[in-house]
Design a protein around this ligand. Structure first.
Ligand SMILES: Cc1cc2nc3c(=O)[nH]c(=O)nc-3n(C[C@H](O)[C@H](O)[C@H](O)COP(=O)(O)OP(=O)(O)OC[C@H]3O[C@@H](n4cnc5c(N)ncnc54)[C@H](O)[C@@H]3O)c2cc1C
Ligand SMILES: O=C(O)[C@@H]1CCCC=N1
Length: 388
């Protein structure tokens, strides 16, 4: 196998965002190379695991708008590959009736005419058994929401990319980038050239961007991915049509708590805290903070009486947070043929197909299909360090 070559585009990082970007480029007949530092599939980044929530329930219109098309793109991939990637379960959103977070989500859903059901206290338990809605809380169900089969989706998009003639080189870490009209990319194995470059390296974004003189205000945190045992197996099961859920704030915390129905490990429901402790992606396992698990235990004991409030399995995953928790989808400030997709802030998986389309449009110099101003690098102003 040759360890050098010329491409129309090189994409660095084969997580969900890089894989969908490479796939979109190959669909446009661009000769595309997708580089990945680890042997695929791997569980060291942010896109591993069997499930993710997909939803239109957001506080901001722009995410809900992007999700309208994104559901279509997920369905297209399902048809193209003949694989099931999504199961509709609905998403239960619970929060203090008068809180800004909860109200903003409700308003966005109503404004955009997303199918939903409001569950007030008096009717809640008829619809959602085995959950205690806190006093003062209201609930709604975004009925379009559900579960994405994440690892299957990643495998599928990478397979479709290969079928379109794309090249994946895994176990090949990018060690240097030389910007220019033709970008030179050095790896642990060889050297490649391309007219354009897309950087989608997740938690490693700043490590790689250092080669281009740019540092973004990103914080990498380790998430404890907790699974909790059902007292009666299946009582929160996907097959029993139990929904995903988000608790916007509660007695125990102002940070979201979220969960998915039991599926991947029979009898275990995934419930996580939407924040973690700072870490270096290469030293993730040294970060041992478990204060989030204590918060989850109290919440589960109070609101999910059908779960044993002691985690049965704890896995790890990384969030790469921006200060406002919105993504970075932009050109490199100094090089118009380098595109950056970063800072997916723990909620980017569901957007994979639309992010792929947008990063592909940027790298081809096309007008992006959406207003990308919420995702521009210049919003950080003084927080962006550039040695250029
Ligand atoms: C616990 C958890 C729960 C989540 N739940 C949801 C959810 O329910 N719904 C949702 O929409 N989103 C969710 N997310 C967020 C979502 O999973 C992420 O936003 C998304 O996976 C980020 O993808 P990525 O491609 O940016 O990063 P990654 O998947 O980490 O991909 C980056 C890749 O770049 C590679 N790389 C880095 N440096 C180099 C280099 N120098 N050379 C070559 N390769 C390199 C890495 O090895 C990695 O494979 C969750 C995330 C976590 C951690
Ligand atoms: O992105 C999602 O839907 C999940 C649930 C809410 C918090 C983060 N990830």
């Amino acid at each position: 196998m040759s360890t050098s070559g010329d491409f129309d585009c090189i994409v660095i990082g084969a997580g969900v965002q890089g894989s969908f970007t490479a796939y979109q480029l190959a669909k446009k007949n661009k000769k595309t190379l997708l580089l990945e530092q680890f042997v695929l599939p791997h569980s060291r980044g942010s896109s591993h695991g069997q499930t993710r929530i997909i939803r239109k329930a957001y506080e901001q219109n722009f995410y809900t708008h992007m999700m309208e098309e994104c559901y279509e793109l997920w369905a297209q991939l399902e048809r193209e590959a003949g694989v099931k990637l999504y199961r509709q379960t609905g998403l239960l959103v619970m929060g203090p009736e008068k809180s800004a977070n909860y109200q903003n989500i409700k308003d966005t859903l109503q404004r955009n005419k997303v199918p939903m059901v409001v569950l007030t206290h008096d009717i809640f338990s008829q619809h959602i058994p085995n959950v205690n809605l806190a006093k003062g809380d209201e609930a709604l169900v975004d009925t379009t929401a559900g579960v994405l089969f994440a690892d299957r989706a990643l495998k599928t998009v990478q397979e479709q990319f290969l079928k379109l003639g794309g090249v994946i080189r895994d176990n090949e870490k990018v060690t240097d980038i030389k910007p220019g009209p033709v970008v030179r990319v050095s790896t642990s194995v060889g050297v490649y050239h391309a007219k354009s470059l897309v950087i989608t390296t997740g938690a490693w974004a700043n490590k790689l961007l250092a080669n281009t003189g740019l540092q973004l205000p990103l914080e990498v945190v380790k998430i404890n991915v907790c699974y909790w045992k059902e007292k009666v197996p299946g009582s929160y099961g996907m097959k029993q049509r139990f929904p995903c859920f988000v608790q916007t704030e509660c007695l125990e915390s102002k940070v979201h708590i979220y969960g998915l129905p039991s599926n991947e490990y029979p009898g275990l429901m995934k419930v996580c805290y939407h924040m973690g402790s700072k870490t270096d992606p290469d030293q993730r396992d040294l970060q041992k903070d478990k204060s989030d698990i204590e918060i989850l235990q109290h919440y589960i004991a109070r609101c999910f009486p059908g779960l044993i409030p002691e985690p049965a399995i704890v896995e790890s995953c990384l969030y790469t947070l921006t200060p406002d928790h919105h993504f970075v989808l932009d050109y490199h400030p100094a090089y118009s043929n380098i595109v950056i997709g970063a800072g997916f802030s723990g909620h980017g998986f569901k957007f994979g197909p639309i992010i792929g389309k947008l990063l592909c449009e940027l790298s081809l110099g096309e007008v992006p299909s959406y207003d990308l101003s919420p995702f521009h690098i210049r919003r950080f102003q003084s927080k962006t360090r550039s040695a250029l």
